[in-house]
Design a protein around this ligand. Structure first.
Ligand code: DUC
Ligand code: ZN
Ligand code: ZN
Length: 487
């Protein structure tokens, strides 16, 4: 009789700090021992010559969500989580998105109903707050934080989502009082609206003008403003989907002042440029997202930001809208302009293979840094650590076994996203997650998906590490004045 359900032998186990040659023993969905010479489990995997990594956490993805323009993402919780799993991700944190007039609690219930019967891997939810009424701030949000929704995203742009500075301060104050994490989409709305109007008036409607309208300065200004508002309230802040050096400089500046400011970037800022939006006809729409991909020099700046740890998180911002589809990017037909195209690119499946190939295999980041960026830091920042994001005794057995000798040329056919294109078509990637395990169950084995619909579980989140009351320097005013009402 064996003690273990599964033993993984002979691989190199990677954490955010170490690489250790050891075996992994799993029972009842958890890692129960790390060591050598374990008896065989009920199942045993020979991982000789392979890397044993924590399954990725994709902490920014839009699944079964209606965009602010009324377009639905192409992936639901089944196709989205299958695609995630096939790319080595075992946990996702998509959004439960509130639109004006909606009850946040009701929104969360709706997203649970979407995910419950379909998700094949575990999931938590961030909240998107677009209507911070007194009831939302005073009752719904505090109650939801207690129930495990401990992070929320706010916007400085998009007509139906944007908050003004006063509203942002109110949301930040609740986050501080309750110990939650705020993520911000930082772009100056009026700059974008003004530039867009002038571009369209001059007849510049093609996708490449999206990159002109969403100027890097607009991102820089809103990033700095959001940091300043968080500084006033003395609360941690995470700037999401950072596209280039203008915003990076603001984040680095804040970090150098000792502010609890964190940064996230995504594959589109490392592997696409503005030139990808400049294709014949409207094909450039396939690479349109906000903020937009910028130039080569900015790509290099984003790589350096990863290497120097200005960024803590590498997520996909998977926002899949099909291209050649009446409900997709070109749904405005003859009236299509860069303003009518839904913003977003797919990336949930290739997020990890892209960074593994071009980051680790090309020597830009270490294997441990890869784990930190793709799993461990997200778990810590969003209150899932140490259950998720690491290979340690007691953690969920969420593991991806990577074969660095596997070379793959990306084609749409290979992918499980419910999409009609991938922006990364034709790229040759070195290294692939050949076996993916979720809570001890092999759900992907050499391309075969063995995960049943609905097996994914909801993960209520603890308070994020940087937002817990004991962490970090607190409000610095010397006169004892506390605008958040805490003391
Ligand atoms: N921008 C967003 O803010 N969300 C989804 C995708 C995008 O491009
Ligand atoms: Zn965003
Ligand atoms: Zn997003």
């Amino acid at each position: 009789m064996t003690d273990y359900d599964l033993v993984i032998r002979g691989g190199s186990v990677v954490s955010a700090t170490d690489v250790t040659e050891c075996d992994v023993a799993i029972k009842d969905g958890r890692i129960v021992a790390l060591g050598r010479d374990f008896a065989d489990g009920a199942d045993t995997i020979d991982a000789t010559g392979k890397w044993i990594l924590p399954g990725g956490i994709d902490s920014h993805c839009h699944i079964e969500q209606e965009s602010s323009m009324g377009v639905w993402t192409a992936d639901d919780f089944c196709s989205g989580t299958v695609a995630a799993a096939c790319g080595g991700t075992t946990t996702i944190i998509p959004f439960a998105a509130q639109y004006k007039g909606q009850s946040l609690r009701r929104v969360v219930q709706d997203y649970h109903a979407r995910a419950e019967a379909k998700a094949v891997i575990d999931y938590a939810f961030h909240l998107i707050i677009s209507d911070p009424t007194a009831a939302v701030l005073g009752q719904e949000l505090p109650a939801l934080i207690k129930d495990g929704y401990t992070s929320f995203k706010i916007y400085t742009t998009y007509e139906s989502l944007k908050l003004d500075d006063r509203q942002i301060l109110e949301v930040l104050a609740v986050a501080r009082r309750e110990g939650a994490m705020v993520m911000v989409h930082a772009e100056n709305h009026d700059i974008i609206a003004w530039l867009s109007e002038r571009l369209l008036a001059a007849g510049h409607a093609a996708p490449k003008y999206h990159g002109v309208a969403h100027a890097a300065v607009a991102e820089r200004e809103a990033t700095h403003r959001a940091i300043s508002l968080a500084e006033i309230v003395d609360v941690p802040l995470l700037i999401v989907h950072v596209s280039g050096h203008e915003a990076i400089e603001q984040i680095r500046w804040a970090q150098s002042k000792g502010l609890r400011v964190y940064g996230e970037t995504c594959p589109q800022y490392l592997f696409l440029t503005a030139a990808d939006m400049d294709q014949p006809g409207f094909a450039g729409a396939m690479c349109m997202c906000s903020p937009p991909p910028r130039d080569k020099a900015n790509q290099e700046a984003v790589w350096r930001g990863l290497q120097s740890r200005v960024f803590q998180v590498f997520s996909s911002d998977h926002a899949p809208y099909r291209y050649d589809d009446p409900e997709g990017k070109l749904r405005a037909g003859d009236r299509t302009t860069f303003k009518t195209v839904a913003n977003g690119v797919p990336g949930i499946e290739l997020r990890l293979p892209l960074l593994f190939s071009e980051g680790v295999m090309k020597g830009r980041i270490s294997m441990s840094h890869f784990v930190e960026l793709t799993a461990t830091n997200a778990a810590k920042l969003y209150g899932l650590y140490p259950r998720k994001g690491t290979i340690a005794v007691g953690a969920d057995a969420d593991i991806a076994i990577w074969d660095q000798s596997r070379e793959t040329t990306v084609t749409l056919d290979l992918l499980h996203e419910n999409m009609d294109y991938t922006p990364y078509e034709g790229m040759t990637l070195q290294g692939w997650p050949t076996t993916v395990i979720s809570r001890g169950e092999v759900i992907v084995d050499d391309g075969d998906v063995a995960a049943s619909r609905g097996r994914g579980q909801f993960l209520p989140c603890d308070l994020p590490e940087p937002a817990r009351p004991a962490a970090g320097p607190r409000w610095a005013a010397t006169d004892g004045f506390d605008p958040t009402g805490n003391r």
